[in-house]
Design a binder for this molecule. Structure first.
Ligand SMILES: C[S@@+](CC[C@H](N)C(=O)[O-])C[C@H]1O[C@@H](n2cnc3c(N)ncnc32)[C@H](O)[C@@H]1O
Length: 457
């Protein structure tokens, strides 16, 4: 039966919010018709103006909050709502953790066909602010002068901001100094539409050994580079590495392939628990170091290692989880598709004196079946895939190895839940799921699940 659309663009309706969607937007109904409204909270009664109408849903913007939630708080950031970075600053942090827990429970029940009671309350940090150790801030204009800021919600328009509340204070200092230097040296911001201009992004990375500044430019050399270097060093003595990244392509990818060291060290180092990692400009590293330790400790606890186990880490990146587990396993095999990450993983193992971890540069969907063919057995398999989740070949090969336990670390609980259904059919049942809030103030939530072999041979 064809559903009639009871709302019209530009009109204002009273709507009660029933829950939050996966991107943190409120979900309400008007005469049974779904309306998504950002920056509201469950049980709030709002007046919303409809901005978009589709066949099965509409999108609205709040014009008035008739009945506010007791969990509503004043956002601390002046650009909240315009900037696309945060979605939950209007929610008390305690309630954010509650909503994230509920979201993972709903997903596990709906998609993963799993008892939601197995999902534990989300683990958050002591402070939900200033956690991001990596800033990638685009360069644009504000009133005809160069400005740094974040992309606006749903567009690439720049919202000027050099004082982001979820960035490490060091990154904000880097942004402010680079904005001043852009204006002083009159280097032109890159224009995505026309391809004109030069400076595209400023990247700040905060490590234990020092800070790294990366200037991403369409040009191979930086005009007035000496001035940039001396001013950054003068203003920010914590900086130990200044790099120019060359990205001449018309692309959304932030960094190009080639880097030139303008001054200092080629890398910085950071730590997770007792492990030290060397970070080059391209290295992937988790952005919230405090919560990463919480997440990895959970993965280690779920792996229940005694020192006798062979562990496979199927999407190992620069080997962070592999090395964390290697301390308590007999042998760890890390698989990763990006070759430079494997080079980093091997260097990280060496740096930390870990000799029982091997790293293979390969597609897990090919390498896992290849390991099965070679007769490799694993006692524990760890997955930490990208948002899309695991390829079925990886799950099947993992189950063929008959590990006692599987530990699934996920940045997208929906794809994890889908993979859990496949793993159940292969003889693995969920024992516990632990959400970990790596990204306070945003709608994202990581989760780690323990699955146990439910068959005997
Ligand atoms: C979420 S990251 C996890 C990295 C690492 N565990 C960490 O915590 O830093 C997922 C990793 O999977 C890698 N990856 C993506 N597709 C892959 C594939 N088909 N086979 C192996 N690795 C893959 C990505 O390059 C990325 O490093």
């Amino acid at each position: 039966m064809k559903q009639t659309v009871p709302v019209a663009k530009g009109q204002i309706y009273e709507i009660t919010i029933q829950g939050l969607g996966t991107s943190g937007e409120g979900v309400g109904r008007y005469e049974g018709f779904t309306v998504f409204i950002p920056f509201v909270l469950p049980e709030e009664q709002v007046k919303a103006k409809i901005t978009l109408v589709k066949k099965n849903y509409a999108i609205g913007e709040v014009v008035d909050i008739l009945k506010p939630s007791p969990h509503r708080v004043e956002p601390i950031c002046p650009v909240y709502g315009t900037c696309g970075g945060c979605q939950l600053q209007h929610v008390s942090y305690e309630e954010q953790l509650h909503l994230k827990t509920q979201n993972v429970r709903d997903i596990m029940e709906r998609i993963g066909k799993t008892n939601p009671a197995l999902v534990q309350p989300a683990l958050g940090p002591n402070s939900p602010w200033g956690y991001r150790n990596k800033m990638q801030i685009p360069v644009g204009f504000e009133n005809d002068q160069a400005a740094l800021g974040f992309y606006a919600r749903g567009s690439h328009a720049i919202v000027p901001c050099t004082n982001c509340a979820i960035q490490d204070d060091g990154n904000n200092k880097i942004a402010a100094v680079c904005e001043r230097l852009l204006r002083e040296t009159k280097l032109q911001p890159y224009n995505e539409m026309t391809g004109d201009g030069m400076i595209r992004h400023i990247i700040g990375r905060i490590g234990k050994s020092g800070w790294m500044v990366i200037i991403v430019s369409t040009s191979k050399t930086l005009l007035k580079a000496d001035y940039w270097v001396s001013e950054i060093r003068k203003a920010l003595p914590e900086v130990t590495s200044i790099v120019l990244n060359h990205n001449p392509k018309k692309t959304n990818v932030i960094m190009g392939r080639d880097c030139t060291l303008l001054w200092g060290e080629e890398t910085i180092t950071d730590t997770i628990d007792e492990l030290e990692f060397r970070l080059s400009p391209h290295s992937f590293f988790q952005v919230n170091p405090i919560q990463t330790t919480v997440l990895y400790k959970k993965a280690l606890e779920f792996a229940q290692l005694t020192g006798k186990e062979t562990v496979i880490d199927a999407y190992c990146g620069t080997g962070t989880i592999s090395l964390f587990l290697a301390k308590q396993a007999k042998h760890v095999i890390g698989i990763e598709i990006v070759e430079p990450a494997i080079v980093d993983a091997k260097a990280n193992a060496k740096r930390n004196g870990i000799t029982n971890a091997e790293f293979i540069a390969a597609d897990a969907a090919k390498e896992m079946p290849a390991l099965v063919k070679r007769g490799v057995k694993a006692d524990v398999v760890v997955f930490d895939p990208i948002r899309a989740g695991c390829k079925e070949e990886v799950l099947k090969a993992a189950a063929t190895m008959e590990p006692e336990r599987m530990v699934y670390v996920s940045c997208n609980p929906a794809s994890m839940a889908r993979d859990i259904v496949v793993l159940r059919e292969l003889g693995y049942e969920v024992e516990i799921v632990q959400p970990v809030d790596m990204f306070p103030m945003t709608s994202h939530c990581e989760a780690v699940a323990l699955l146990r072999k439910s068959f005997t041979k």
